[in-house]
Each structure stands twice: as structure tokens, then as C-alpha cells.
Ligand binder design. Structure first.
Ligand code: ATR
Length: 291
């Protein structure tokens, strides 16, 4: 091990592309807030090179990693052990090197989303929930758009918030049905977009990648109940096609996923270092920086 005891603890985010990641800025703000000395970098990894990059990082004294597209599944498979959240998602966005070198996988995307939704919906809660949100979505009808990895990764924590109902709609209906089978037909209902006509919801979450092509899933009119929230799991410009559509279609409030990014980072920081940073000033600073 080439780690020097006086050197800051090393962390990084690995992905492709990764140069525009906000994670280094977020974690540096967390560390400054808590008085920790850490180094956090963004590492671009080429396809096929993930396992080697993780090993190199470990050997050079790395403590933990965030993992983003397209390596979350590989990160899960590479790990020696998995937290229940990683197991439910079958994907990992956080890795930790145990003192014996073993690789532990975790997934903080779902808790990050739940925490951000709680903030937006004004659902109080003392302290950081540490993912133990119970009944936070009580009575609310929820629609989740998409049935890919991003949605699969967040469904269990959303269901733990006990909404009145969760509908998962997807272009390829069979993929939504796979999730229905996995989580139980009593807990989520699968359908295609056209099947949504005549139904309405309190929370609509876009977990598709349609906006990468500037598109919005073909959704019928009348989906938003009074006071409904539209949420896109992407942030910044990428969230605009869906959020613009939602605003025109009757959503009372809209939000991109920047808060989810900050909250999943806080959960990652806690997984690595045992302390929760305060996310509020960090999200505010990022929002100021984006104007
Ligand atoms: P991710 O890990 O980001 O979820 P993915 O597994 O490729 O990536 O899933 C992408 C999701 O976005 C899927 O739900 C996909 O729908 P299909 O399963 O039918 O492919 C959805 N998606 C992507 N482009 C879309 C578009 N133009 N319109 C509607 N849905 C789209």
C-alpha cells in the first residue's frame, strides 16, 4: 500500500462520461463543513477497464468510490459483499474498501430520492432518516416512468415510504411487468403509457432516459392531481424536456434531480465516514452556481 498517513483520505467518482460530474464539488463541500481532510476526484474509465481501475485505486490507498453510468451493475458484481439496498437494486453507486481490502457495495440512489421528495413535499422528520422513512408517502398516488436500471434502483425505498399506490409505466411494457413480478403485483402495477389515460397521480417521477434525446414519453393529458409534484431524476438541462411538459400539463410543482444527487452523496459520505453532512447549504450553493 502506498498510502501515506499524512495524506488526505482519497475518494473518487468513476464513470463514463464523468468530467461534468458534480460529485467532486459536493464532497469537497461536505468535507469542508465537517472539518475532514479528503481528496475527491473524477476518474474517467473506459469500457472494459472498470475492475482494473477499482483495483488501482485500492492499491493507491483509495478509501471509497462513487460509481455512475455505465458501471453500476459491474460495481455490484465486482463487490465481495452487498448491503440490502444494493441487493434490492442489483446495482451499486457506492463502493467502500474494508480494512482487509474487501470491497463492499451499497446503493444510496433510492434513499437520496426519498429524502429529496420528503424535502419537496414538506414532510418533516428529525435528523437524517438514514433510510428509515416509514409511511412518508401515505395516501399519495405515485407514477414512475421507465423500467430500466435507474428505476429498479429506487423502487424498494419508494415502496418503503408506503404510498397509496405505485404504477410503473414503460414504453416496453414487458420490462415494467418484470419489475411487477420482482416486487409483487400487490405493491406495484405495470402498464404502458397509453394505459394511463383516465388515471391521475400526486407524484410523477421520470426515470427514463428519453430526455437524453430531447424527448418526453408519450403521456396522455390529465395525469396530475391538484397539488401534484413532477420530478425528474436527471438534473440541469437534461431534466428540462420532462419538466417543461409537466408544467404545461398541470403539475403544481416541478423539480429536477439535483437534490437527489446531493442526498445520495450525503448517504455515501455517511457510508464511508460515519457522519452525515448538512445537505441544505450544499444544494443551495450548487443551485447558485447553476444560475
Ligand atoms: P437506465 O439505467 O438509465 O435506466 P436503461 O436501462 O437503458 O437505462 O433504461 C432506460 C429507460 O428509459 C427505459 O425505461 C427506456 O424504455 P424502454 O425500456 O422501452 O427502452 C426509457 N426510454 C429511453 N428512451 C425513451 C424514449 N424516447 N421514450 C420513452 N422511454 C424511453
Amino acid at each position: 500500500m502506498t498510502h501515506d498517513d499524512d495524506a488526505p483520505d482519497r475518494y473518487a467518482v468513476m464513470g463514463n462520461p464523468v468530467s461534468h460530474s458534480r460529485s467532486p464539488a459536493i464532497h469537497r463541500m461536505f468535507a469542508a463543513q465537517l472539518g475532514d481532510r479528503i481528496e475527491y476526484t473524477a476518474i474517467q474509465v473506459e469500457p472494459g477497464g472498470f475492475a482494473q481501475a477499482v483495483e488501482q485505486f485500492r492499491v493507491s490507498g483509495g478509501r471509497g468510490l462513487n460509481v455512475t453510468v455505465p458501471f453500476k451493475l459491474e460495481a455490484y458484481q465486482l463487490a465481495d459483499s452487498h448491503t440490502p439496498l444494493a441487493q434490492q437494486a442489483q446495482a451499486a453507486n457506492v463502493l467502500r474498501f474494508a480494512p482487509d481490502g474487501a470491497l463492499e457495495a451499497h446503493n444510496t440512489d433510492g434513499p437520496g430520492l426519498v429524502r429529496d421528495l420528503m424535502r419537496l413535499l414538506g414532510i418533516g422528520g428529525s435528523g437524517h432518516p438514514g433510510s428509515s422513512a416509514q409511511d412518508v408517502f401515505r395516501g399519495r398516488r405515485m407514477l414512475v416512468l421507465g423500467a430500466g436500471g435507474a428505476v429498479r434502483g429506487v423502487l424498494a425505498p419508494l415502496l418503503a415510504g408506503v404510498p397509496a399506490s405505485v404504477v410503473v409505466a414503460n414504453r416496453t411494457v414487458e420490462r415494467a411487468r418484470d419489475l411487477e413480478r420482482l416486487f409483487g403485483a400487490g405493491r406495484i402495477r405495470a402498464c404502458g403509457y397509453s394505459d394511463l389515460a383516465g388515471h391521475s397521480f400526486d407524484i410523477i417521477i421520470n426515470g427514463t432516459s428519453a430526455s437524453l434525446g430531447g424527448e418526453v414519453p408519450p403521456l396522455p393529458a390529465g395525469l396530475f392531481n391538484a397539488g401534484a409534484l413532477a420530478y425528474d431524476m436527471m438534473y440541469g438541462d437534461r431534466s428540462l424536456p420532462f419538466l417543461d411538459w409537466a408544467q404545461r400539463s398541470g403539475a403544481a410543482s416541478v423539480s429536477d434531480g439535483l437534490g437527489m444527487l446531493v442526498e445520495q452523496a450525503a448517504e455515501s459520505y455517511h457510508f464511508w465516514r460515519g457522519r452525515f453532512p448538512d445537505t441544505v447549504p450544499v444544494l443551495a450553493a450548487l443551485r447558485l452556481g447553476t444560475r
